[in-house]
Design a protein around this ligand. Structure first.
Ligand code: ADP
Length: 151
């Protein structure tokens, strides 16, 4: 049976740190679905979700086993719908750990079949965060080095 994982996140924007987690995840899974979660109500995103889908697809154009979808429901339900038994997440530091620890407990409760798998960040990407990139971009700074695509 194919091992399918969902890599869920806001990806606002998708960064080199995220790309690294997906590519390393391919050593563990046959298929990875990058799932961009959003609120079905008014969007509070900085980067348009459609733009991010396009850019992530462009990033993984050479990988037929990586796909990109958006979702506005519980991550556990989204994973189940796509027959994914694994949730892939990245860990940069203890703050990530605290947060990931609690959501993984909730996800396990919602869908006991779903196993969360965590990859520790590659040191060179540890300082990259979507929120910092948004700040730099907002004030017209150059964010090229942090992204695996050009905006
Ligand atoms: P969320 O809004 O769900 O936290 P993000 O888009 O910020 O989504 O991140 C998605 C996942 O990627 C999370 O597990 C996060 O910890 C991880 N992540 C974010 N940045 C990095 C990075 N630089 N290196 C490794 N993992 C990262």
């Amino acid at each position: 049976m194919k091992r399918i994982a969902v890599f869920p996140g806001s990806f606002d924007p998708f960064t080199r740190g995220h790309e690294d987690i997906v590519l390393r995840g391919l050593k563990l899974f046959d298929e990875i679905i990058v799932g961009i979660g959003y609120n079905s109500g008014k969007s509070n995103r900085y980067f348009e979700i459609e733009l991010m889908v396009k850019k992530i697809e462009e990033t993984f154009a050479d990988y037929p086993n990586i796909s990109v979808l958006t979702f506005a429901e519980l991550t556990a339900a989204f994973a189940k719908k796509h027959k994914a038994k694994y949730l892939l997440r990245g860990l940069r530091n203890t703050t990530d750990f605290e947060y990931e620890n609690s959501i993984s407990q909730v996800n396990r409760h919602l869908n006991p079949e779903l196993e969360s798998v965590f990859l520790i960040t590659t040191p060179q990407f540890a300082a990259i965060s979507s929120s910092i990139i948004r700040e730099v971009h907002r004030y017209k700074g150059d964010v090229t080095a942090f992204l695996p695509y050009t905006l």
